[in-house]
Design a protein around this ligand. Sequence first.
Ligand code: QAP
Ligand code: CO
Length: 165
Amino acid sequence: MAILDILEFPDPILRTVAKPVQKVDDKIQRLIDNMLETMYEAQGIGLAATQVNVHRQVIVIDLSEQKDAPLVLINPSFEVLDDEAFDYQEGCLSVPGFFEEVSRPAHIKVKALGRDGKLFELVPDGLLAVCIQHEIDHLNGKLFVDHLSALKRNRIKQKIKKDRR
Ligand code: QAP
Ligand code: CO
């Protein structure tokens, strides 16, 4: 397995829209293993392929305490079930050091392929619903900072640029 480099905001590559996976083959299995290793090493709870510069619809998530319950979503889609919103302080491995409150639909129904290539459905709520929507945003070239005001987003961008100097 391998640790992959994680792209950081405001890298324009993070704006790339991922393509669907045609076949859940060995190459995708290797990508999933490397994404899981990279996420665990970075102490993240979710990672999208876009963040490691692979523009295919693959997401890994693990919300468990022991980091022993990986959830893999390939070609995910979701529908919003009601108009209730849920606010959560989100972070992102591509926006290190910043956490801001984002409001998203609280109740969604998710369809995706698992790493076995089989379609499954999930009706998550709480942090899992937040995390799945955050990661699907990445596959569409979107970041959590896009949900903030332009003022907050630009402040984060300037701080990150300053810290890199
Ligand atoms: C997405 O993000 C997420 O800034 C996953 O210094 C996060 O794993 C969805 C992380 C929160 C919903 C709620 C960020 C680690 C990890 C940092 C992550 C950092 C160290 C972020
Ligand atoms: Co993220």
